[in-house]
Design a protein around this ligand. Structure first.
Ligand SMILES: CC(C)(COP(=O)(O)OP(=O)(O)OC[C@H]1O[C@@H](n2cnc3c(N)ncnc32)[C@H](O)[C@@H]1OP(=O)(O)O)[C@@H](O)C(=O)NCCC(=O)NCCS
Length: 179
């Protein structure tokens, strides 16, 4: 698996841009589990390498079993009139030996809603939440082959941390990366 490890230093408190007709909210209950998996399936449908289809059990595996997951750290962008979910992102907290590092998990925007600033808006919420919690850097991993994601993160100021690594794991191409 060809993973890019990226990091952004936060120099000031991120501001929240506005997109007409789009609102951002946190996870609001069990109904959001299928909204999350539907968003991920639609967003990653053409990803190369592919990502396996999500489902309610994947949500539980990824988040509800983890110590760090919190409704306050999962965001949904949706249309303010029909409440159609159009994007999502989650903030993970990696527990190191000496410190906790915030990390982006599963950023996804529906194909028909791309290049409108939805991911930028979601990431602003995530980064502002990091800032308010006292964190001054954000990490993520993405796949070298996911060009839109790579360009997007570069545009937002994320830069290579260590070296990009080439990892090979069984089944790795079907589940990937944090970002
Ligand atoms: C990556 C992704 C989240 C971007 O979402 P988006 O809402 O279209 O991104 P934004 O509109 O906020 O883009 C902000 C800026 O990032 C850059 N950018 C975003 N997508 C880009 C692309 N496909 N090519 C080049 N630059 C891009 C542009 O500079 C863009 O600003 P502009 O449209 O004014 O030029 C979306 O393409 C997606 O869901 N991809 C599939 C899932 C995925 O790869 N998730 C990340 C996993 S780590």
């Amino acid at each position: 698996m060809n993973v890019l490890q990226l990091r952004k230093q936060l120099a000031t408190r991120p501001e929240l841009p506005e997109i007409s007709g789009i609102v951002v909210r946190n996870y609001a209950g069990r109904g959001d589990i299928s909204r999350w998996s539907d968003l991920l399936d639609a967003a990653f449908t053409a990803a190369q390498p592919p990502v396996r289809r999500m489902g309610g059990s994947e949500f539980s595996q990824q988040f509800q079993g983890s110590l760090w997951w919190s409704a306050k750290r999962m965001w949904f962008a949706e249309t303010n009139n029909t409440l159609q979910p159009v994007g999502t992102v989650t903030l993970g907290l990696r527990q190191g030996k000496t410190r906790t590092s915030p990390a982006v998990h599963w950023l996804a925007v529906l194909p028909s809603w791309r290049r409108l600033g939805v991911a930028r808006l979601l990431m602003a919420h995530l980064e502002q939440s990091c800032w308010d919690a006292g964190f001054r850097q954000v990490d993520l991993e993405t796949h070298r082959g996911w060009r839109a994601a790579k360009k997007f993160y570069q545009t937002l100021g994320y830069r290579n941390t260590l070296r990009s690594s080439t990892r090979t794991k069984p089944d790795a191409s079907k589940r990937i990366a944090s970002g």
